[in-house]
Design a protein. Structure first.
Length: 236
């Protein structure tokens, strides 16, 4: 007998994949939505502490911190764009202004992220794969901008960095999601005899048949770090 995809969250809970189960339950319960960024985001289920409890995610996070990706040339260019967008670059006046809204809800900060690192889908059978699969770490910054003694030059000092996980919970494309069996709660990514093959299309078909199933964005909380030594650059 084919596995009922509505039972997949229970299979996840059997394997103690509580976060993956909660996110899928949310998708099943939501009104139809095929544009994740226009639905209400989920901001409470995924935490950075939980994400970083998985070694493959922590390696990516540790590398972005070691590389200080908020201070490289690409990030500097994005910071300047962010400052212009927020009207913090003033002409013909001497000033010092702070920037960064790291206390704001993460979705409000998301338009101002200045660099990111991606984590691709793994074949590991764990809660991280069940919940997020492919996702990104986005980086936001806070600090000050001020004019210098050189006409038309500005000095930026980055004093704090925030990192959060972001994903789009949707079933676009033909992605293979494993073999699932709700008779014995088994799941496999490689054994076709261990259950029903599940793909993204199965969830789209369920949505069409049930007039429910809403895509949404996921934001974790923000992991904030005050820099011991601020990163500084100038631009004109």
């Amino acid at each position: 007998m084919a596995t009922n995809i509505e039972n997949i969250p229970d299979i996840m809970r059997h394997h103690k994949w509580a976060v993956g189960a909660a996110l899928m339950d949310s998708w099943f319960s939501r009104p139809v939505n095929v544009a994740p960024k226009y639905g209400p985001p989920n901001t409470t289920t995924v935490t950075m502490n939980w994400v970083l409890s998985f070694l493959r995610a922590k390696r990516i996070y540790d590398k972005l911190v070691a590389d200080r990706i908020w201070a490289n040339s690409a990030a500097q260019a994005e910071i300047v764009k962010m400052l212009r967008r927020n009207r913090l670059i003033l002409q013909n006046v001497c000033y010092t202004k702070s920037f960064g809204r790291l206390s704001d809800p993460v979705p409000r900060q998301d338009p101002d992220y200045i660099n990111q690192r991606a984590l691709g889908m793994s074949t590991d059978l764990d809660d991280l794969n069940a919940a997020l699969a492919n996702f990104v770490f986005n980086v936001v910054v806070a600090g000050t901008i001020q004019t210098t003694n050189t006409i038309g030059e500005y000095r930026v000092e980055i004093t704090e960095v925030g990192v959060y996980a972001k994903d789009s919970y949707d079933f676009v494309g033909s992605q293979f999601l494993g073999y699932w069996d709700d008779s014995d709660n088994s799941v496999s990514m490689s054994n076709p005899f261990s259950g029903t093959e599940i793909r993204n299309q199965d969830f789209r078909d369920w949505r069409a048949a049930n007039s429910k199933g809403g895509d949404f964005q996921i934001f974790s909380d923000l992991k904030r770090t005050v820099l011991r030594t601020p990163d500084v650059f100038t631009f004109k």
